[in-house]
Ligand binder design. Structure first.
Ligand SMILES: CCCCC/C=C\C/C=C\C/C=C\C/C=C\C/C=C/C(=O)SCCNC(=O)CCNC(=O)[C@H](O)C(C)(C)COP(=O)(O)OP(=O)(O)OC[C@H]1O[C@@H](n2cnc3c(N)ncnc32)[C@H](O)[C@@H]1OP(=O)(O)O
Ligand SMILES: Cc1cc2nc3c(=O)[nH]c(=O)nc-3n(C[C@H](O)[C@H](O)[C@H](O)COP(=O)(O)OP(=O)(O)OC[C@H]3O[C@@H](n4cnc5c(N)ncnc54)[C@H](O)[C@@H]3O)c2cc1C
Length: 672
């Protein structure tokens, strides 16, 4: 069978309604229609062509991005796109740009931390892009430790101004995207000092460049921090360095929703908790979780289509085997496919949680903020780590051709992998989750009932007294055959028991230290494992919740069920040590889980291509010869190779200089 015939043949085997699945994936019919329209708009416009990025030098690459980002803005205005449509359009343009930070961090920082008056002044300018902003928090010396930032904002009551200053080299702002060459303004995080007293880190709106000629304002030094990992990749972004030499800004440019500074330099705390200063990060972490499913599904789409097209080794009748039919390939690929769906649904739920906490904050209810912080931090960490690893696994699943830029995977990896670091290093974020869990466990004895995602810890209070013998757990009686693993309550109980037992065991170990902080530092590697178990439980439980909803479309729910159990059983297999050592399941039950997993792979196999078609990605967005919708891989790969600049001429530059003299010299030597 020819390459172009394989994928249609695969599609003919589909056992569910792909169009209905497209709507489930998008979140709603409306979201699907918006997304579909924007994807086609971008794909059909030559201005958004992106297949030459890996061949461009830094300056060309950056200018190209400026062109695309400003053209996208022009189209957004011309077509009068809604905020939702504009967001999707930028998503499909698929090129990191200063606009991400302007819309994604600068605007949310003002919205979340500015007073009404400040929002009225700055937001209209930002919405029209009459000013362009970035988020300048991280410094050369400190990123994770926000309280360790060194930039100072000292209040001068005589002039009613703050003096922003970089006292040391390590206080230079370092990393902010959009800062290096584009932004006119920044929300700068600095230590507030009034009347000689320190009041912690706060955000300040600072103008950086002239709105007339774009030159840095007096006292400000700015530049780009240099090339980053990967050729094209994130180098479209001008991550920058910034120092201040006693730069003055009016008092009303401190973002004052949390704390007000009066003209006398007095600090007045509002009823809003201090942690709201970190609110922009919570917002962005939530968007990063949703984005993880996009990056992961993209890599999985490429690897799945290519695995169906690619054949290696013969079978009895002489037709070579599609590599997707190897169990080892399925065992590596299908859990990633399942993860893409799992992250989609947990992302949807997290968006709901974020909206809920935002509404509560507006009504002065701060009770769910710690949980929102723990969930956004933990899920950001879990999903980005898994996605970065998965993109690399997809490259390997595509064999040698996966290493070619034409596969789209090297660039995707290079663009994606910093997500494990920005918006909080993934380990640092898991430690935040661990703190939250340990606090929750320590309060169990006082009768405080945990709620939301930690409610399960309340249900297993017996664990605190170590009264929970293996035999008391229901799973032990419920699983006697492989199919028993397909019961939602059983799966949930297994993940809850594993996480609860890990949390309680860590809490008990912490209790052995005289100083809890010493204990936390000493046991931090174990604590991170408990945080991972808790976050995996959230993902599994939200996927199971999704299955409880009414899901229209022939066979759609069945496919989602298969994927949900693949996600959970694969985790169980990978973390078997946790499940066995905490006594949640027996070795025999673990073996049954594996049998069930293999059976699910066989059920997914005929639907694999349709399950990735449901992502509804255009070939433009995928940017991969291996992942083409039509499966016409080999002719196109061959065609692509000839586009390389090295093939512009038959003899390479340097032939006369290097190759010819070398060959002549060898000829001369052999004659000797
Ligand atoms: C319309 C079009 C839109 C298009 C765009 C849309 C979306 C795209 C969006 C953005 C673009 C996306 C990506 C772009 C790429 C890159 C951008 C990157 C940006 C950045 O990286 S910005 C810098 C990010 N920096 C960090 O994340 C630093 C990490 N460090 C921290 O968060 C904190 O310092 C810390 C690790 C939490 C520790 O802080 P510390 O003050 O020392 O706190 P603790 O003492 O540990 O805790 C005190 C207390 O506070 C609680 N806490 C901590 N953080 C939070 C929080 N965020 N929210 C609520 N509560 C928090 C903590 O739990 C403690 O509570 P206790 O009860 O225990 O006291
Ligand atoms: C592409 C990119 C874009 C970015 N964009 C922005 C931006 O727009 N604005 C902005 O302000 N910043 C930005 N950043 C900065 C980013 O937020 C920080 O790099 C990130 O928060 C990590 O901080 P760090 O660099 O200080 O890492 P470090 O904290 O120095 O981490 C180094 C190592 O130390 C470990 N570590 C640190 N603390 C602990 C601890 N307490 N316990 C155990 N281990 C620890 C970490 O796990 C890591 O392995 C960007 C970064 C990147 C890569």
């Amino acid at each position: 069978m020819e390459g172009v015939d394989i994928l249609p043949h695969e599609r003919s085997k589909t056992q569910f309604d792909v169009d209905a699945m497209k709507i489930v994936w998008a979140g709603s019919r409306h979201a699907f229609e918006v997304s579909d329209r924007m994807a086609r708009l971008v794909a059909s416009d030559p201005a958004f062509q992106k297949d030459n990025r890996s061949r461009l030098g830094r300056k060309e690459l950056f200018k190209n991005t400026l062109r695309k980002a400003t053209y996208a803005w022009k189209r957004i205005l011309e077509l009068r796109l809604t905020e939702e449509e504009a967001g999707r359009l930028r998503f499909f343009v698929d090129e990191p740009a200063f606009t991400d930070l302007h819309w994604g961090m600068f605007v949310p920082a003002i919205k979340g931390q500015g007073t009404e008056e400040q929002q009225q002044k700055w937001l209209p300018l930002a919405y029209k892009m009459q000013i362009i902003g970035c988020y300048a928090q991280t410094e050369l010396g400190h990123g994770s430790n926000v309280q360790g930032l060194e930039t100072t904002a000292t209040f001068d009551p005589d002039k009613d101004e703050f003096v922003i200053h970089s006292p040391t080299l390590t206080s230079s702002k370092w990393w902010p995207g959009g800062l290096g060459k584009v932004s006119t303004h920044a929300v700068v995080y600095a230590r507030l000092i009034t009347n000689g007293e320190e009041h912690g880190v706060h955000g300040f709106i600072v103008q950086l460049r002239s709105l007339d000629d774009h030159m840095p304002l007096p006292g400000i030094t700015i530049g780009d921090i240099g090339m980053k990992f990967g050729n094209g990749a994130y180098n479209t972004m001008d991550n920058g360095v910034l120092t201040f030499d006693h730069v003055r800004i009016p008092r009303n440019q401190m973002l004052m929703r949390v704390l007000q500074v009066t003209s006398e330099g007095k600090c007045v705390q509002s009823n809003v908790p201090r942690q709201l200063i970190y609110g922009t990060m919570v917002f962005v972490r939530q968007t990063i979780v949703a984005d993880a499913s996009s990056a992961l599904s993209r890599a999985v789409c490429i690897a799945t289509r290519y695995s169906a097209v690619r054949r290696q080794f013969g079978s009895q009748d002489g037709v070579e085997t599609q590599v997707i039919d190897y169990k080892t390939q399925q065992n590596r690929l299908f859990p990633l496919l399942a993860s893409a769906y799992a992250f989609r649904f947990v992302g949807e739920w997290l968006k709901w949680l974020y909206t809920d906490v935002t509404q509560r904050l507006q009504a002065n209810d701060f009770s769910t903020l710690p949980e929102a912080h723990a969930c956004t931090a933990g899920l950001k960490s879990l999903t980005t780590t898994a996605t970065a690893d998965a993109i690399e696994e997809c490259r390997k699943l595509c064999g040698g051709h996966g290493y070619l830029c034409a596969s789209g995977l090297p660039e995707l990896f290079a663009v994606y992998v910093p997500a494990c670091t920005y918006e909080g290093d993934n380990v640092v974020l898991l430690l935040q989750v661990a703190r939250f869990l340990m606090k929750t466990v320590s309060q169990l004895g006082s009768g405080k009932k945990p709620i939301g995602t930690t409610a399960y810890l309340g249900r297993v209070q017996d664990l605190m007294q170590c009264r929970c013998e293996v035999q008391t757990v229901g799973i032990i009686y419920s699983i006697n055959a492989a199919e028993d693993w397909l019961k939602p309550s059983v799966m949930l109980e297994a993940f809850e028991a594993r996480s609860a037992r890990m949390c309680v065991a860590r809490a008990q170990n912490l209790g052995k230290f005289a100083n809890p902080e010493d204990g936390f530092a000493e046991l931090s590697a174990d604590l991170v494992e408990a945080a991972v178990a808790h976050c995996q439980l959230i993902v599994v439980s939200k996927f199971l919740d999704k299955l409880q909803q009414d899901i229209p479309g022939n066979g759609v729910k069945q496919q989602l069920q298969n994927l949900c159990y693949i996600y959970a059983l694969n985790l169980l297999h990978k973390h078997l040590g946790d499940f066995l050592s905490t006594g949640c399941i027996t070795p025999k039950q673990a073996s049954l889980a594996n049998d069930q997993l293999r059976s699910l792979y066989s059920q997914v196999r005929p639907n694999a291509i349709a399950l990735v078609d449901a992502f509804n990605y255009t070939d433009h967005y995928l940017g991969s010869v291996l992942g083409r919708y039509d499966g016409n891989v080999y002719p196109k790969l061959y065609e692509e190779a000839w586009k390389d600049p090295l093939n512009d001429s038959v003899l390479p530059d340097g032939y006369n200089e290097y190759i010819r003299p070398l060959l002549k010299q060898q000829l001369h030597n052999s004659r000797l």
